[in-house]
Design a protein around this ligand. Structure first.
Ligand code: KG4
Ligand code: ZN
Length: 335
């Protein structure tokens, strides 16, 4: 079975073809980052309009890469939430229209489930159960993944998502959007131990996170410094170290609480090198990541989640559809 996957929840148009026998056949991505960078963040209306321009050409591109035609598609999976409503509607409308025209099932997929299952696309894939740390620009979640579709939320951020905290801190240090990777690069020139940032919510029980205070701490430290390049690097390092330590402490706690020995890390921030080094060093735990290009938003994870969910889903005969800008993972059911 071949599933076409369409991702359009935020500022990346991702399209892919996944074959349940042969694996991933093709994928293509267009990132809108340059367009939004001018405004210092994602402009929802511009995002929607660009998804309209890019989705169909990207579908043609993956079909060409895989040397297939539309008739070879057995199902169409699309992100139906969480995300920006207008952006989601573009992928949903195109995905459902194609499915309807081909008389094939349309599969609405939860974006976070896509991230969560993305390491299963790799040759070295984790077995169930595992703990998943999802760290992106919009979410910071710790999830107990018992099986496909059986997700228990263990903890989440009560304010800024970790990627958002990276981006906001980078912005106040004068870096471009999205600043996470720039801040991480700057941190490599930082002198360790010059500044000590707090590890929020680590000395009380529980698995929730809070990152907005770190951003304020970074701002005050920056305003009280000479504001030289070295200060910027030292603050970047202190901020990143605090985030990485906080995430690691909570991951250890989640693994202990669940008794699981496997940890999966996905979402844009899982590309962070310091985070990977620290998590990889945890004794007695196997850590799994998607390949670098699938850490951030992509169509492959949506096609894959669609393929897994396909078996149990009925053929859609309704001409209507909806999207869910907010859609908690623990409301999903097993396929
Ligand atoms: O998953 P993603 O591509 O998009 C969603 O938010 O769904 O995540 C993007 C986030 C941005 O906040 C970006 O700054 C952050 O991931 N990010 C990083 C790194 N690479 C991307 N943050 C820290 N270090 C990185 N190397
Ligand atoms: Zn994402």
């Amino acid at each position: 079975m071949r599933v076409l996957g369409i991702e359009s929840s935020c500022d990346e148009t991702g399209v892919a073809l996944y074959d349940t026998d042969k694996g991933l056949l093709a994928h293509a991505l267009f990132s809108q980052i340059d367009m939004h960078a001018e405004y210092g963040g994602v402009v929802p209306e511009l995002a929607s309009r660009d998804h309209i321009r890019k989705t169909l050409p990207l579908i043609e591109e993956v079909l060409e890469q895989a040397e297939l035609t539309r008739d070879d598609i057995d199902a169409v999976a699309y992100t139906s939430g969480p995300g920006l409503a207008g952006a989601l509607l573009v992928g949903a409308a195109i995905g459902r229209s194609i499915a309807w025209a081909l008389d094939k099932p349309a599969l609405p997929i939860n974006h976070m489930e896509g991230h969560l299952l993305s390491p299963l696309l790799e040759d070295r894939a984790p077995e169930f159960p595992f703990v998943s740390l999802l760290v992106s620009g919009g979410h910071t979640l710790l999830v107990d993944v018992k099986a496909v579709g059986e997700y228990e939320l263990l903890g989440e951020s009560i304010d800024d998502a970790v990627g958002e905290a990276f981006d906001k801190t980078a912005k106040l240090l004068g870096m471009d959007y999205p600043g996470g990777p720039y801040l991480a690069a700057k941190a490599e020139q930082g002198k360790p131990d010059r500044y000590e940032f707090p590890r929020p919510m680590t000395n009380r029980p529980g698995l929730d996170f809070s990152f907005s205070g770190l951003k304020t701490f970074a701002m005050n430290t920056w305003l009280n410094s000479e504001q030289h390049e070295q200060d910027k690097a030292d603050i970047s390092l202190a901020f990143q170290t605090a985030v990485v330590d906080t995430l690691t402490i909570k991951c250890k706690r989640a693994l202990k609480q669940t008794g699981h020995k496997r940890l999966v890390v996905a979402g844009g921030v899982s590309a962070n090198k310091a985070l990977r080094e620290k998590l990889d060093a945890m004794p007695g735990v196997e850590v799994f990541y998607p390949r670098q290009q699938f850490c951030s938003d992509n169509g492959a994870m949506i096609a894959f989640a669609g393929a897994i969910r396909k078996q149990a889903m009925q053929l859609q005969d309704k001409p209507t559809f909806s999207v869910r800008p907010r859609w908690p993972l623990d409301e999903l059911t097993p396929p």
